[in-house]
Design a protein around this ligand. Structure first.
Ligand code: PBG
Length: 326
């Protein structure tokens, strides 16, 4: 005899009543804005496959950092596009590289913004893979040493958090040890723990000019059907010293965000990746969906699944709208 005693519609009747029983909140505090840093001055070069996203030189990045701060978003994550690439990605640990200079400038001019850096080699290698290649595949243990150099260089420049996204085994432990031994015990690690070999990274590889020149990333990024393995990857990263664990992409893997949050109860990040962004933008630009509503619905669902933090190209824009109470 539930009905008519119970009428769930009673609390759906007005916006005020709906607000009172709303279970999940989306706040600018939950968001992280990704940015692409390129060489040069005064450059803001739009990424064709990601309308609204641009590669920016360091001076423009600083201006953008101010906008991020004003929007209420607390953090950004930097990806670098170097002047030149080589087989081991040596520009990744150039203390005067684009990312390193951007970190220093942001920390000086917009000091309250948390600066996260993506630690990976795919943007820096001429073959586009995420590490040193030997016999046609990425050499795990040789790559660890290169990632450590990159993470230390970011830490020296003043990064608050380093985020290894390469998916090499043992990289979180190697980076943690190196940070601790070099006086950076307080720099946190956000590990891309369960990063899948996904079709949804396509537009990013345009933006970061990091598409592999041969083969694909399936020998190091995870196989999309595997959920239990994602749990093991997260457990390993936590053992090795990760402070935040990440699931990537977000929408096709909401079940894993949920499982990881329930099982480990640690800070969980989810990456709403480039393909997820471009799909919504494309539909929005064409007038096929109400873009702002779609974005808020998607980001709220990622929060509801258990993510504390969401990396999203919509961050600054949607944070402004959230602040206006839209
Ligand atoms: C690798 C990296 C990638 C992304 C973040 N870090 C791409 C890849 O693995 O090819 C993807 C982000 C996105 O698609 O938005 N350094």
């Amino acid at each position: 005899m539930a009905f008519p005693l119970h009428r769930p519609r009673r609390f759906r009747r007005t916006e005020t009543l709906r607000r009172m029983v709303r279970e999940t909140r989306l706040s600018p505090d939950n968001l992280i804005q990704p940015l692409f840093v390129c060489p040069g001055r005064g450059i803001k070069r739009p990424v064709p496959s990601m309308p609204g996203v641009a590669q920016m030189s360091v001076d423009k990045i600083v201006a953008e950092a101010r906008e991020i701060q004003t929007s209420g978003v607390p953090a950004l994550i930097l990806f670098g596009i170097p002047e030149r690439k080589d087989a081991i990605g040596s520009q990744a640990w150039n203390d005067d590289g684009e990312v390193q200079r951007a970190i220093r400038e942001i920390k000086e001019r917009v000091p309250n913004l948390a600066v996260i850096t993506d630690v990976c080699l795919c943007e820096y290698t001429d073959h586009g893979h995420c590490g040193a290649v030997a016999d046609g595949d990425v050499d795990n243990d040789a790559t660890l040493e290169l990632l450590v150099r990159e993470a230390l260089s970011h830490a020296r420049a003043g990064a608050d958090i380093v985020a290894p996204s390469d998916m090499m085994d043992g990289r979180v432990g190697a980076i943690r040890r190196a940070l601790d031994e070099n006086g950076f015990a307080n720099i946190a690690i956000m590990a891309y723990s369960a990063k899948f070999a996904s079709a949804f990274y396509g537009p990013f590889r345009d933006a970061a000019q990091s598409a592999p020149q041969f083969g694909d990333r399936r020998s190091y990024q995870m196989d999309p059907p595997n959920g239990d393995e994602a749990i093991r990857e997260v457990a390993l990263d936590l053992e090795e010293g990760a402070d935040i664990v990440m699931i990537k992409p977000a929408l096709p893997y909401l079940d894993l965000i949920w499982r990881v949050k329930q099982k480990f109860n640690v800070p969980v990040a989810a990456y709403n990746v480039s393909g997820e962004y471009s799909m919504i933008r494309a539909a929005g630009i064409n007038g096929w969906i109400d873009e702002d509503r779609a974005v808020i619905e998607v980001l709220t669902s990622i929060r509801r699944a258990g993510a504390d933090l969401i990396l999203t190209y919509f961050a600054t824009d949607i944070a402004r709208k959230l602040q206006l109470g839209q």
